[in-house]
Design a protein around this ligand. Sequence first.
Ligand SMILES: Cc1cc2nc3c(=O)[nH]c(=O)nc-3n(C[C@H](O)[C@H](O)[C@H](O)COP(=O)(O)OP(=O)(O)OC[C@H]3O[C@@H](n4cnc5c(N)ncnc54)[C@H](O)[C@@H]3O)c2cc1C
Length: 391
Amino acid sequence: MNFDFTEEQKLFAESVRRFAQAHLAKDALQRAHDSRFPFDVARLMSAQGLMGITIAEADGGQGGALMDAVIAIEQIAAVCPRSADVVQFGNFGPIRTFAEYGTAHQKKKWLTECLAGNAVISLGMSEPEAGSAVTDLKTSAKQDGSSYILNGTKVFSTFSPEASVFLVYVRYAPGVGGIGSVLVERGAGGFTIGPPQEFMSGEVWSELHFENCRIPAENVLLGPGGFKKQMAGFNVERLGNTARSLAFGRYCYDRAREYAAERQQFGRPLAEFQGLQWKFADMAIKLEGAQLLLYRAAANADKGLPSAYETAVAKAACNQTGFEVAHEAIQIMGAAGYSKSSLVEYCMRRCRGWMIAGGSIEMLKNRIAEHVFDRRFDQRPPKPKASEAAE
Ligand SMILES: Cc1cc2nc3c(=O)[nH]c(=O)nc-3n(C[C@H](O)[C@H](O)[C@H](O)COP(=O)(O)OP(=O)(O)OC[C@H]3O[C@@H](n4cnc5c(N)ncnc54)[C@H](O)[C@@H]3O)c2cc1C
């Protein structure tokens, strides 16, 4: 067993770090406080080969491994945390599910512009009544000749105020087997996008309303029975959230470490107080452990999709670690860490969101418990027995 990067991975990590330092370091703070998608960064990353790292070359990607995309997130986040969102978008988000299952026509129409950094896709999965219980989704897609008619509402879709196309989970028929997904373009008749609303992280989202929205049948991404495939693609998105959580935690740890070495109180550097040294030891233990779980899930996926279990374990560990380390870093840095003139408070706010987004920590633990006991635990209340129902 070897825990080191290969020579190739080391060279790649160094080249991404050099790129980030040359192009992204200068405006890192300002970028974090700008809610707009940084298209300028996306175009730069596209030219640098950092978009579509794991997408096949035939589809305009780089044909690399998932581990390369994780390395890219880590190296970019270490210099400009906000720009890591572009690596997420270009490699892990709905773009990855789209590249996996899209038709040649769909890819030609939308993937090329996304990989060029000129367009973003937004994911319409959550609904007012279907959050963690995603299979309760109601947004319907009814076939009508050569088109489908959509009705329903989606909430919390990141990038929705700017996205040009939306990957929308829909219901063709009752039950889990009736779920699939479609692509809807901004501007489609019967599709309205509500005013932007803001998360604690500063990210914006809009409600998506479909009222007899007609789309051509060629916009179907996954038909009935597509839910499992969708979730398999979504595990890549989860791993991107996982990698960003850990990278943002590490960013805060590094800033706190530098600060503790420099800052003097009571005539000595903060680093000399044992109460703070132990905080650093605890942070290091958490970061190192979570890092190995992240790399295991990514390395085992190689060029494919990661395992649901390894992704769940890595995401729960990295989400928890990223937040706890960022939180502790603020404590160590005092008011300097709490101030918006440092990126540490920004990283903490972002890490908090990933404990909910893309499968909350509780839902991941449910998944892990099923693996532990090798059985399914239905989260729904038991159905009344036939004799009880008759009473
Ligand atoms: C930063 C951010 C970005 C997001 N981006 C998108 C996006 O781009 N597209 C999109 O469609 N959605 C997006 N979401 C929504 C996200 O997918 C949901 O927030 C998530 O699925 C949880 O749903 P909910 O918020 O409705 O919480 P609920 O499902 O109402 O859950 C509330 C609480 O109960 C817990 N809970 C629920 N069920 C169980 C259970 N069975 N066992 C134990 N605990 C349980 C949850 O863990 C949570 O703590 C985003 C959310 C955030 C925070």
